[in-house]
Design a protein around this ligand. Sequence first.
Ligand code: PA5
Length: 461
Amino acid sequence: MLRLNCKNSDYRIIGEEHGLNLEEEFNNYAGRIADIIRNLNQRKDKPGECLQWLNLGYNEETVWYVKEFASMVEGRFENILVLGIGGSALGGLAVTEALLKPYWNFLSAEQRNNLPRIFFLDNIDPDSINGILAILDLKKTLVNVITKSGDTAETMSQFMVIKDLMEKALGDDYRKNIIATTDKKMGILRQLADQEGYKIFYVPDDIGGRFSVFSSIGLVPFALVGLDIDKIINGIKDIDLELKNTDIRQNIASQYALIHYLMDTKKGKNITVLMPYSSRLKYIPDWYVQLIAESLGKAVNRNSETVFAGLTPVKALGATDQHTKLQLFNEGPNDKVITFIRVGEFDTNLEIPRIFEYTGIGYLGGKTINDLMNAEADSTMVSLIDNQRPTLTLTIDKIDEYHIAQLLYMLEVQTAIAGELYNINAFDQPGVEQVKNYLYTLMGRAGYDGSSSYLKEKIGS
Ligand code: PA5
């Protein structure tokens, strides 16, 4: 099971100025946290609360349906191409990077057990779109276009380019190479998929993009590349029970949320750094950045008071970023809480040969790369303690479907708890919608011309 060690955020370790009295704070907030957890679970099935992601560990029907589809298309495609942005891409990217063999797309078909390669096109850079088209044989590619709203300009423009090319390459059969993941009732992709006859997977109601990784948005690509989605679901189910525990001492999501909240509001530390010590986990901080930024960055609270709340999420990677960001973390402003993700056991135990023994690097010989990685994380942690910087450590036993699912799900639950502590709505994104609307105006979408002269004036000034 996922573990959290928070002792290095305590004043006994890093001093009173920067550390919290965790025992006292856990006592003070025990009642509030219990209420929040009870309340979230009571509200979760209420339409409009956007808490349906709390039920994704129990969605047997979707899991069955996705597995059925994956087995139907098994062996038919060389590539999966996912089109999506934000919450429709980042979870898929983070989980496949963690769970597939490293450098998956460079492995031979045999090394991949004849499972397809997977590509995520999450931006609209014309060069990279062209670049990916140069790599992929569209006849052997299954395109999964993912947009919950069904009309996000970035995703739909990519889709329009690719659909056109697919039709040219495959004739009428191109439809068999497209699956759409979108809302059940609304949106343009929903209508198009019906008209054109694409296979559709629905995103359940009341699940925002950044909380959707374990809905069909993630499960479809995961199953297509052979990940065990039953293990993912079991991981969520098991930790969900723990995270329903109303006792803060037994509930790591509430500890994580409360420590960040208090570090922000009492100690002025409003930056949250997520730093896994594993390259396979390197996109999890990207996913976390969206989760934290969009959920907690809010101008007003639930009482309509202006609060400008939010934590600034920063991604880092151990050991790489010891040589880039660590100088700042250790000696720059003491305004961050740094969370390490540690892996109990790597799949590989890689020994460093006993060579160059007569030189200054001889000490490395006979150790393992694993020993070195652990020593890197320990050294970083101690240096941060020396400099009175608060850290947390999340540990997973190993990188597999079960544990990765628990890690992401816990981070989602803690985000919901943090939203309640800040008394803000963690599930809307008016700042994102504002830009989407401006974009539609600038690109001439019907019905969006209201702010046209305002935009022209601002852009011109
Ligand atoms: O978290 C969110 O809601 C957003 O980041 C969306 O995921 C993103 O804007 C993409 O939206 P859609 O899936 O509707 O294309």
